[in-house]
Write a protein that binds this ligand. Structure first.
Ligand SMILES: [Fe+2]
Length: 312
């Protein structure tokens, strides 16, 4: 299509597939100096340290409870990047666009191109940066918003599973919307037979249907990705429909099936959910995960687990 846009290979076929099945696109953002080692160290120095999500995790893709939060203290961006290269970390810089002007400009550049191609208006746009270690993984989970995953450095394998109750039961997806639980779900290795799998390389970009479960494993090198979230009006309606279903299941013992809630039924439930929230019935419960370790570049692997009593 037209020159100058960030997304390079959006075709008519992409327009047909977008939103219904995973789509794979290309870009050249990975060539920008903001993602060099110096650029990333600067990003880590400038991003508010108290917002930085620092995690480590085990090797078994079924054992998501090993994904635990840590604290990077006041390590310099350079030292932290070095620790990520040699350790087993997942750094999540959420909503960088809200904190740094250069990333806000990047977010606007992305969405002006993306919205022109989809013909939609993206709302609640959020640009996050993921800086993660060789072989690190993100466990099977789903996101409520829509996602564009831009690969910048390194290679990661992404499994995307069908959005159906077989892979994410109604009760579980409702729990995420009601914020009762973290976003991880029970994963069975046999699910992989039905997954769409891609090795995401620098310059590649993936999108998948709303709420489709997925998991990620890095190859053996530093990975940098941009996790860009957004919503559209139908996507907001769908999230609200799930909220309504979760509410009536818990309050009235109803047994709704989200596969029936399309078209007008989805919108009616969405409006009802909005009314519920305005009436103050919203469940604001959100679990803050405790800090379990400190990043310590002086020790092998860099993960210094805290004794139980010191956990913040
Ligand atoms: Fe995700």
């Amino acid at each position: 299509m037209e020159a100058g846009g960030l997304i390079k290979n959006w075709t008519r076929e992409t327009s047909d597939q977008y939103g219904r099945v995973p789509v794979l696109l290309s870009h050249d953002l990975h060539q920008r100096s903001m993602f060099s080692d110096d650029g990333l160290a600067s990003l880590l120095d400038r991003y508010p340290r108290d917002r930085l999500g620092v995690y480590t995790m085990g090797n078994d893709p079924q054992n998501w409870r090993t994904f635990v939060r840590g604290d990077a203290g006041n390590l310099s961006g350079e030292a932290l990047l070095k620790a990520v290269k040699t350790g087993r970390f997942w750094l999540n810089l959420r909503a960088v666009n809200e904190h740094l002007e250069d990333y806000d400009a990047l977010k606007q550049e992305m969405f002006s191109d993306f919205d022109a191609r989809t013909g939609q208006r993206s709302l609640k746009q959020d640009l996050g940066v993921l800086i993660s270690s060789p072989n690190a993984q993100v466990f099977y989970h789903l996101d409520i918003p829509l996602v564009l995953l831009w690969q910048i450095r390194g290679v990661k394998r992404v499994w995307i599973y069908p959005e159906s109750p077989e892979f994410a039961p109604d009760t579980d997806i409702e729990s995420v919307v009601l914020r009762e639980t973290e976003e991880e779900f029970e994963y069975q290795p046999g699910f992989d037979d039905n997954a769409w799998v891609v090795d995401l390389e620098p310059g590649m970009l993936a999108n998948w249907p709303q709420n489709a479960p997925h998991r990620i494993e890095n190859q053996n090198m530093l990975n940098v990705s941009l996790s860009v979230e957004y919503l559209t009006m139908p996507a907001i309606a769908r999230a609200n429909m799930l909220y309504y279903n979760g509410f009536v299941r818990r309050r009235f013992g109803a047994n709704p099936d989200r596969r029936n809630d399309v078209g007008a039924r989805m919108w009616i439930k969405a409006i009802a959910a909005r009314a519920l929230k305005l009436a103050g019935k919203r469940n604001a419960y959100q679990k803050a995960s405790p800090v379990r370790f400190r990043v310590d570049p002086e020790i092998e692997g860099g993960v210094a687990f805290l004794p139980e009593r010191e956990m913040a």
